[in-house]
Design a protein around this ligand. Sequence first.
Ligand code: C5P
Length: 306
Amino acid sequence: MSTATVRVPAKINLCLGVGPVREDGYHPLATVYQAVDLHDEVRATSRDDDAITVAVHSELDVRSESVLVPEDDDNLAVKAARLLRETTGVMTGVDLAIRKVIPVAGGMAGGSADAAAALVACNDVWATGLSRAELEEIAAQLGSDVPFLLHGGNAIGGGRGETISPVLARGSYHWVFAMAHEGLSTKAVYAEFDRLNDGSRVPDPVVPDALLAALRAGDAEALGDALSNDLTEAALSLRPELQDTLEIGIEAGALGAILSGSGPTALFLASDEQHSLDIAFALSSAAGCADVVQSRGPVTGARSTS
Ligand code: C5P
């Protein structure tokens, strides 16, 4: 029996440009991803038979998130293991144990992170020997964010988010995340985006030059000004109270404040550790805020710890 443990980060989108809905139902994206220091862990243990099982343990004491994460074949980590097995012809089963810290349905790609970690862990315990590039191809079939979570760091995301290309970036950034009491379905937010834009011409998405310049310079203040998210209106339409959370962070002096991906997690950029502590303190008493987490980015993608 062989075991591998993989740590995988959450992602944020420093900008999220969303284009007109495609024929396959997805939206073309122009985004810059950053992997942040908020990690799930997936342990894979090979089995004697061909079963694939999953158990989820939540580290989040505020909400019983594990209740929301399916512990069956609908779990994205199980889908990842199945797809790797189909691709490589392996016959062995695996037990997957997920330690969840990334918020569920929080706009931080928690499910996709577990899928990325399961690919790396199963590739290890099954000794399938796939390269990172081969794993990235499988990852793209599992979800739009999964290839980036293998990669980590900073990257430009194109296509529906699954096409990753390098971006010149410097610096380490201080983030504060405000987790909401209840998750938001990514699908529902994109559907609301379509509803709000019905009848209007949605332009093709672009990554703003100001954001790329800020990252190249490692300039936190300029990055704060350049943060953007085209899903804001749709997410706020479904959760108007998120506006209050964003405003509390801005009043506390955040360099920038946006929703993370499709929300509802709100993210705030701070200039240093003390500033991040001040913003976290201001948010901790906000009514819409279930939990506040200080974090750093960028960090590496899914990596084996054993
Ligand atoms: O790719 P993933 O399965 O994580 O996406 C979840 C849902 O989010 C999709 O089913 C789709 O409704 C929506 N989505 C989208 N356009 C994207 C990414 C996701 O419409 N680029």
